[in-house]
Ligand binder design. Sequence first.
Ligand code: CA
Length: 239
Amino acid sequence: MNCGHKLSKMNVLILIVEDEKDIVKMLEYNLQKEGYRTVAVSNGEEVVRAAVQGQPDLILLDLMLPGMDGFAVCQELRKHGQTAAVPIIMLTAKSQEADKIVGLELGADDYVTKPFSPRELSARIKAVLRRSQRQRQTPEILRIGDLAIDFSRIRVTFKDKVVDLTAKEFELLKTLIQARGRVLSRDYLLDTVWGLDHATEIQTRTVDVHVTTLRKKIRAAAGHIITVKNYGYRFDSEG
Ligand code: CA
């Protein structure tokens, strides 16, 4: 199954972090009605784990939470490689102007003041998703040091010499690069690159074998493919 990188609404997962049950219900109802998938947690301390597990496309983060407040949660999320890039919309009580500024400084992408209308929130969500999608969009040719990946011609060159990649190796590299900064599980890679959705242990090793070959072939850029032990891989464009 290859769904590329387009975010269709059906695939968009929103993590709701809110301790007021009525608000959670209202958010779930409205977001699901709009076609988003949702998952909710009520305690600040559960957020990072939930975000790593669920890999949400966006987090709605209430400021006042038991356990850990929204600011601390925001900082935690930004610290972890796997959650650092997830857009965050903070939900703040009305007229906490100073809080909004602190929130944005800590890495929230936007904030919505309570009480908010579903329409207003929906518009903010769309805007933030659009922005984050644009940021992650892959250029036609991506250069990392001496390595150039040409997505339209399905070609990789190293020091201007073509690197001989198989279709699966190219697809694997492309998938990792398009999700750069995020950890992709081996199961996800098997599904996306190989179209296998219920993988056996042996099939899971296929991913490792391909990554090993890929690293050898792309040489100087091999260090960008980070192994996340017992889980999967991440493409690190900074390293
Ligand atoms: Ca609250």
